[in-house]
Design a protein around this ligand. Structure first.
Ligand SMILES: [Zn+2]
Length: 108
C-alpha cells in the first residue's frame, strides 16, 4: 500500500472521529434543569451523560493517536508493534490507534 493511500485512510478516520467528538460535546452540554423531571429519570440522565463523557474522552484520545500516526507514516516505526516490532495490519491500527500492539501482545 502506498503512503498516500495510508494517509488518506488515516485522514478519513480523523474526520469520522472529529464528527463523533462534536456530537458527544453537543450531548454533554449542560441543559437547564427541568422541574418536571422526577429523581429517577434525572439519575438516568446523569448515568447516560457519564457514558457520553467516557465516549468523548475515548474519541479524543483516539484523535490524538491518529494524528500521531499520520505524522509517522513512512517512518521505520510506522505500523509496528511497540513490543515485538511485528507489523500490525492497517485495519487494526485504524480501529485502535491508541494501543499500538499486535494481536498477540495485546492478549498477553
Ligand atoms: Zn507484538
Amino acid at each position: 500500500m502506498k503512503y498516500r493511500d495510508i494517509k488518506q485512510l488515516i485522514n478519513q478516520e480523523i474526520d469520522k472521529t472529529k464528527k463523533l467528538i462534536e456530537m458527544y460535546e453537543e450531548e454533554t452540554k449542560p441543559v437547564a434543569p427541568d422541574c418536571a423531571i422526577d429523581i429517577l429519570s434525572r439519575n438516568e440522565a446523569m448515568i447516560s451523560k457519564n457514558i457520553v463523557i467516557t465516549s468523548l474522552l475515548q474519541a479524543k484520545s483516539k484523535l490524538s493517536a491518529l494524528e500521531y500516526l499520520l505524522s509517522n507514516v513512512g517512518t521505520r516505526d510506522f505500523g509496528k508493534c511497540v513490543r515485538c516490532r511485528k507489523e500490525i495490519p492497517l485495519g487494526r491500527i485504524l480501529v485502535r490507534p491508541e494501543s499500538l500492539l499486535c494481536v498477540k501482545c495485546s492478549q498477553e
